[in-house]
Design a protein around this ligand. Structure first.
Ligand SMILES: Cc1cc2nc3c(=O)[nH]c(=O)nc-3n(C[C@H](O)[C@H](O)[C@H](O)COP(=O)(O)OP(=O)(O)OC[C@H]3O[C@@H](n4cnc5c(N)ncnc54)[C@H](O)[C@@H]3O)c2cc1C
Length: 284
């Protein structure tokens, strides 16, 4: 086993250009929980101490979060959108949140990764770098399926960025688990909502995790909710076909239960956003 702790992005990219490339390691909370990834099998490059990958910045209406930023740091950053902070605060126990990173969550590409639904609802993009250059792509194009991403072997996920929601926008994240306390989601949902006046839904973004092989934006449901009045909300969700979802059926939850939870989570996320709109305060 060969382990290298990098201090700069260039050091990481230099190592990743070697053949065969080493494996990136950050908080190791996903990597070392996977028995297929025996440490002796790999060369490792540790990015957890690269300061440039740990910054949370806002500039010109955009938020940029370095890939090695921990969930603890994200949950504590009050100007970040509520849905993302709530997802961050729900990841595992505190021991996991101080180690686990947003980049590791996205690159591991689990269908139940808590970071994904809020970032999808925020139209997030990822920035990938190698010695060949930098490319940026929407998160929807980065996530290809269960444990599959469009990251090349020599690439590093450098940062995640998204436009900060407007002052009148509200966001929420709901996580459904099989038990109380720290637990992996069975299904989760995130909503970004802007009301027009007091009663009508104007801009709507909805994403669901844990039902299909990867978390998804619910474009058809979003279109159906556009212009919907509050009074029609519950019925619209109840009657939505949710055809975009192709539910997983396994020991943690049968397919029909996942669809039921998805409706529940979407409905609750909308209720949170509407309540926050009524309260008039915003951290989005
Ligand atoms: C007990 C326990 C509870 C957990 N609970 C939750 C939970 O509630 N919700 C949840 O979503 N997750 C949970 N997880 C999973 C895990 O903690 C998170 O997914 C975490 O964010 C992973 O980050 P990491 O830095 O530890 O990733 P690592 O384990 O270091 O890496 C994960 C993968 O991403 C790659 N990688 C990491 N960073 C980069 C990068 N910048 N560029 C390219 N590749 C990279 C690695 O090579 C590896 O393949 C839990 C894990 C454990 C062990």
């Amino acid at each position: 086993m060969n382990y290298f702790r990098a201090r700069t992005v260039d050091e990481v990219l230099g190592r990743l250009a070697e053949r065969p490339p080493p494996r990136v390691i950050c908080g190791a909370t996903d990597l070392f929980a996977d028995p297929a990834l025996l440490p002796a099998k790999y060369e490792w490059v540790d990015i957890s101490r690269v300061d440039a990958l740990r910054a949370i910045e806002r500039r010109d209406g955009m938020a940029r979060i370095g890939s090695a930023t921990t969930w603890e740091a994200i949950a504590a950053t009050e100007w970040l959108p509520t849905a993302l902070r709530e997802a961050a605060a729900s990841v595992g126990s505190r021991q996991i949140r101080v180690q686990g990173s947003i980049g590791g969550n996205l690159c591991h590409a689990s269908p139940v990764a808590d970071g994904v639904p809020p970032l999808l609802a925020l139209d997030a993009h990822v920035e990938l770098a190698s010695t060949r250059g930098v490319r940026r792509l929407p998160l929807t194009e980065f996530l290809l399926g269960r444990r599959r991403t469009s990251l090349h072997a020599d690439e590093l996920l450098v940062a995640v960025w998204f436009a900060l929601p407007r002052a009148q926008d509200r966001t929420a994240f709901i996580k459904c688990t099989n038990r109380d306390g720290a637990a992996i989601a069975v299904v989760s949902a995130a909503v970004r909502l802007r009301m027009s006046g007091e009663d009508t839904m104007d801009a709507v973004a909805i994403s669901v995790g844990g039902v299909s092989e990867t978390a998804l934006r619910m474009r058809e449901l979003e279109a159906a909710m556009q212009g919907q009045r509050r009074a029609g909300l519950a019925r619209a969700i109840e009657e939505a076909s949710l055809v975009e979802l192709t539910p997983i059926d396994d020991c943690r939850a049968p397919a029909a239960h996942r669809i039921h939870l998805a409706r529940l989570a979407i409905g609750r996320a909308f209720s949170h956003c509407i309540k926050e709109t009524d309260r008039g305060v915003s951290t989005a």
